[in-house]
Design a protein around this ligand. Structure first.
Ligand code: AKG
Length: 287
């Protein structure tokens, strides 16, 4: 595929730690994953707690505490590239993935994938964190791609980003000996002051540096906010801790070539806790 980012966009990604890309995914692929997600929501109505199983034995589908058949709150599907050809295809072949190649390529590897959903009027929130401190690598060329499966609006719990925080410190997710998956209240309050919402039409994608601080509030609107999220890394960024969302596709080269090299950047951080529950929402509920 030819490059999709120009030099200004690449610089913006480097400076601010994120970039919104419109029309990053084909309309037919979005329609397909909307239909797939709707089926999973129907299925979730038969469950009262996390269900299904992924390759490490943890549940694949996770529901919020306010989930019920009348008010479904399916909040997470783990490793959907194993379930959906369309998801796998988006990872291997989309303008969103090409943009990652443009930003940190040419050699790019798949790390993990998931859906995060906030169905209408559900309580799911994401506390302030950086992805890198959940999934450290030998260097920080790691990018999370958040595909908008629905239109994301100011009302339905958009991603909030702290521009430029990718250049700052790696904030601890450990507090009083507990891995809470969230930054301290003090750091979170500082990021709240500068938070920028990332909104756009279904089919857009937000590229987010693994180091940028982000969060999101609950969806109190009548429209769903579902994201298909996947993480890509430079091929020479080697994982330093177990994959929190292992899958049969982890480590797959999706662009470029194997170089047989590992590259390091200097940083210091605490080793994350491998999740025991269905998702990081369980870890964040401990803070
Ligand atoms: O679903 C969200 O709003 C946030 C997603 C997120 O925090 C992540 O992908 O790391």
């Amino acid at each position: 595929m030819s490059p999709v980012l120009n030099a200004t966009q690449i610089q913006q990604f480097k400076d601010e730690g994120y970039l919104l890309l419109e029309d990053a995914i084909d309309a037919s692929q979005i329609a397909s994953i909307q239909a797939q997600f709707a089926e999973w929501v129907e299925e979730s109505k038969q469950h009262t707690e996390a269900y299904g199983v992924t390759m490490d034995g943890r549940p694949r589908f996770d529901v919020e505490v306010d989930h019920s058949p009348e008010h479904p709150a399916l909040r997470r599907v783990a490793s959907p590239t194993e379930l959906s050809e369309t998801c796998f295809d988006i990872v291997k072949n989309s303008a969103a993935s090409q943009a990652v190649v443009d930003a940190i390529g040419p050699n790019i590897r798949f790390h993990h994938s998931k859906f995060n959903s906030k169905l209408p009027k559900t309580s799911t929130v994401v506390k302030w964190h950086q992805d890198f401190t959940f999934e450290p690598h030998s260097n920080d060329d790691t990018v999370t791609v958040l595909v908008f499966v629905d239109d994301v609006t100011l009302e339905n719990g958009p991603l909030l980003l702290a521009p430029g925080s990718n250049k700052g410190e790696l904030h601890s997710l450990w507090h009083d000996g507990v891995f809470t998956g969230a930054m301290s209240d003090e750091a979170s309050a500082e990021f709240e002051k500068v938070a920028v919402p990332c909104v756009g039409k279904a089919g857009s994608a937000c590229l987010m540096s693994g180091r940028v601080a982000h969060a999101s509030r609950s969806n109190q609107s009548d429209t769903a906010r579902t994201l298909f999220i996947y993480c890509l890394t430079a091929a020479d960024a080697f994982p330093l801790s177990p994959n929190p969302l292992p899958s049969e596709h982890a480590g797959l080269l999706i662009a470029g070539v194997e170089t047989g090299k590992v590259r390091g950047t200097a940083f210091e951080m605490e080793v994350p806790e491998v999740p025991k529950g269905a998702s990081f929402f369980t870890q964040q509920s401990q803070s």
